[in-house]
Design a protein around this ligand. Structure first.
Ligand SMILES: C[S@@+](CC[C@H](N)C(=O)[O-])C[C@H]1O[C@@H](n2cnc3c(N)ncnc32)[C@H](O)[C@@H]1O
Length: 297
């Protein structure tokens, strides 16, 4: 409450009573602030869910009302750090190796070869791939494994895979490359034996696969998160947009459009779509798989 007063905000009636429930008014303030920051949108039915997610940080900070926490998020000198500390409580980091294998298999078995043939004809032997919303790295490392299996690293090809996520905690896990069996629930035993070393109950990726992926922190809503990443051949952004508003998806699609080469492809999760959100990408349908291209075919 003190922070509310000290930042000069008029305190609306009913806000700030210690230990009160999240009111509709506070819910809208907080969810709009979160949405503006990272694109994640809590719709009107998610008041209880947001209240519980915020309460973890509030307890740690000994903040008793949601109004006070809103002021803390917005106006204290460490508001940026607070948002970063809050993010892990808001995001869903669910992921596993070899997830949605249809699309990964199609990319590695078909698209990557086509892209490489076109690039090789121009004397360019570099393949650049992004895993956006990479969580703890399983998608990016699956790509590195599949590309190795298919021989895409051979014959002087430079393959760059970059994983980007807004959540520092998951990126620390990605950098460690150490997983439990749940992350490997869709992985064949033979692949586990070839690409992981057992360390007690954990499975640690072989160093050569770890070295093939770079991770960086970035907020996909900010164009700067993709800075230095021009001419990308493929962007995987799967199971990220399901939590976002259409407006945020549109803005992120524009950022991807700028980072992708003219012949590049965008891959979304099976329940996600850009149709009805933006027409800067065109869906291209292959058996069992949809990918998005910058140009109409
Ligand atoms: C459900 S996971 C998807 C992981 C992986 N792509 C997959 O399909 O298995 C969603 C990830 O998106 C990240 N995320 C959410 N909002 C983001 C944003 N604005 N910028 C970057 N990453 C974001 C979350 O931190 C989370 O790790």
């Amino acid at each position: 409450m003190e922070q509310f007063k000290s930042c000069g905000l008029a305190v609306p009636a009913g806000i700030g009573t210690p230990e009160q429930a999240l009111s509709e008014y506070e819910f809208r303030l907080l969810r709009d602030h979160i949405h503006e920051y990272c694109g994640i949108f809590f719709d009107d039915g998610k008041l209880t869910s947001l209240a519980s997610k915020l309460s973890f940080r509030m307890r740690l900070l000994d903040i008793r009302s949601y109004g006070e926490y809103y002021a803390h998020l917005k106006y204290t000198p460490r508001y940026k750090e607070e948002m970063e500390d809050l993010i892990p409580h808001l995001t869903n980091n669910e992921t596993y190796f070899f997830r949605e294998m249809n699309q990964l298999g199609f990319f590695v078995g078909e698209l990557a070869g086509r892209i490489k043939a076109e690039k090789a004809a121009r004397g360019d032997r570099r393949l650049r791939i992004l895993s956006c919303g990479c969580s703890s790295g399983e998608e990016a490392f699956t790509l590195a494994i599949l590309l190795e299996e298919a021989g895409h690293y051979l014959r002087d090809w430079e393959v760059e895979i970059t994983g980007i996520d807004i959540d520092r905690k998951v990126l620390e896990r990605a950098a460690a490359g150490s997983y439990n069996s749940y992350s490997l629930r869709a992985t064949d035993r033979s692949m586990i034996d070839r690409y992981f070393d057992k360390d007690g109950e954990r499975y640690v990726l072989k160093p050569r696969i770890r070295e093939r992926v770079a991770f960086r922190r970035g907020n996909l809503l900010e164009p700067a998160s993709l800075s230095g990443l021009k001419g990308v051949d493929a962007i995987f952004c799967r199971n990220v947009f399901i939590y976002f508003s259409d407006d945020a998806i549109r803005r992120i699609a524009e950022n991807f459009h700028g980072a992708l080469s003219d012949d590049g492809y965008l891959m979304l999760g099976h329940s996600e779509s850009l149709t009805r959100v933006t027409d800067i990408f065109y869906p291209r349908r292959f058996p069992g798989v949809i990918v998005y291209a910058k140009k109409e075919s």
